[in-house]
Design a protein around this ligand. Structure first.
Ligand code: C5P
Length: 391
């Protein structure tokens, strides 16, 4: 059983942490808690001492501490897992900057393994570029961020920032990896169809949805391969095959689809490409320029005959009208197990955004709604459902 150190910073979500401690204790883990001064105003150290059976630490100079022991060194050495929950905007900023001005932040600097941060705060604070950059910095250093959910917040507003319930946090921190042993193939980004050596036809896809799927799949334990078209995000952390045109993407998917369990086809594939790309740069003239286009292969339709009984294929449908009808038609035509449909006429979700809202349709006729939330949360829902469909 593990030694679990929980750092609690001062936000209303503190009230969920004694329950989280109990869940770890019930599992047989030893739990110690460090509270910041503000956290101890939300929930008293005595509450944590009662549920953990250990001293709750609040400061480096608390009365009654053993003078022989340097607490931040000792606690960092003791912990097998270090969780910061809730991680306030302030605590997150201090951690990203390496500030060590209390027992919790000092212990963070001593701890050498990845830390699990569970940010929870008001939506505007969470979305603030400073907080977002701090979280990215922590993630780049190898720490794990458990993203907040969207929902009602204590400040009376509704939006992203709400901490997950203790039971779900417990499962995530325990490192349940529901996709362990599975291979997930993800296509992401836009295809690029050359007109001449300098011009091309493409679309606005940023590849963020595909990469959210790739990163969540890896977090859930899967072996991940990405086939990337034009993509604005960095996918160097994944085993990636880079392609340009729909034709290239088709060839790459053909080559790799046989060795995956789940295919998530998030790429925005151009439906048409120039009949042939001009070898030389097309010169400007006074008249109109006509570029003849040919239909691109539909990758999903082409590979449908290769699909094994044991595989699950998931497509995406980005629609500007008749969302449900079009998505269900594509699900059937492309012989998919599931399709994720989203409304691209909305400016607050989809293309280039970090958020999405979607309806997932399944081959058995059922569907499920995903209310507006991060692409990573949607990715989690897609992957869990896809894994659930595996025979
Ligand atoms: O473009 P469309 O709306 O038909 O895209 C639906 C799904 O089909 C997406 O998952 C997309 O990746 C896939 N697709 C494809 N080959 C195409 C066009 C789309 O595999 N030529």
């Amino acid at each position: 059983m593990a030694n679990i150190l929980i750092g609690v910073s001062g936000g209303i979500a503190c009230y969920k942490i004694p329950t989280l401690c109990r869940l770890f204790k019930k599992e047989g883990h030893d739990v110690k808690v460090i509270l910041t001064e503000n956290a101890s105003k939300f929930v008293t150290p005595l509450t944590f001492e009662s549920v953990t059976g250990n001293r709750a630490y609040t400061g480096e100079f608390d009365p009654g501490l053993d003078p022989e022991i340097i607490e931040h060194i000792d606690l960092a050495g003791w912990a097998d897992k270090f969780v910061i929950a809730p991680a306030t905007a302030n605590l997150t900023a201090k951690a990203a900057c390496g500030i060590a001005d209390n027992l919790l932040t000092s212990t963070l600097l001593v701890y050498t393994k990845p830390v699990i941060f569970v940010p929870a705060m008001n939506t505007n604070m969470f979305n603030h570029p400073a907080t977002q950059e701090n979280l990215k910095t922590l993630e780049k250093r190898g720490h794990i961020i458990i993203e907040p959910d969207s929902g009602e917040l204590a400040c009376g507003t509704s939006g992203k920032g709400r901490m997950k319930e203790p039971e779900e946090l417990f499962r995530l921190i325990e490192g349940e990896r529901p996709l362990a042993g599975l291979r997930v193939l993800v296509t992401a980004g836009a295809t690029v169809e050359p007109i001449d050596p300098v011009r091309y036809i493409s679309n606005y896809s940023s590849g963020k949805m595909g990469l959210a799927v790739a990163s969540k799949a890896r977090e859930l334990g899967a072996e991940v391969k990405v086939i990337a078209g034009s993509i604005s995000a960095d996918c160097s952390e994944f085993d990636t095959v880079y392609v340009k045109s729909a034709e290239d993407m088709l060839n790459a998917v053909r080559e790799h689809v046989g060795s995956c369990d789940i295919l998530i086809k998030a790429a925005a594939v151009a439906d048409y490409a120039p009949v042939e790309a001009a070898v030389q740069k097309i010169k400007k003239n006074d008249g109109e320029l006509v570029i003849r286009l040919k239909k691109n292969p539909d990758i999903l339709k082409e590979i449908a005959p290769l699909k094994k009984h044991s595989q699950v294929f998931c497509g995406f449908a980005a629609e500007s009208e008749n969302l449900n009808k079009n998505a269900i038609r594509k699900l059937n035509e492309k012989k998919l197990d599931m399709i994720v449909a989203n409304d691209i006429s909305r400016k607050d979700i989809g293309f280039g955004s970090d958020d999405n809202e979607a309806e997932i349709f399944f081959a058995d006729g059922s569907s499920e709604h995903f209310s507006k939330g991060s692409k990573k949360l949607l990715a989690e829902m897609i992957l869990i459902r896809a894994a659930g469909l595996l025979k």
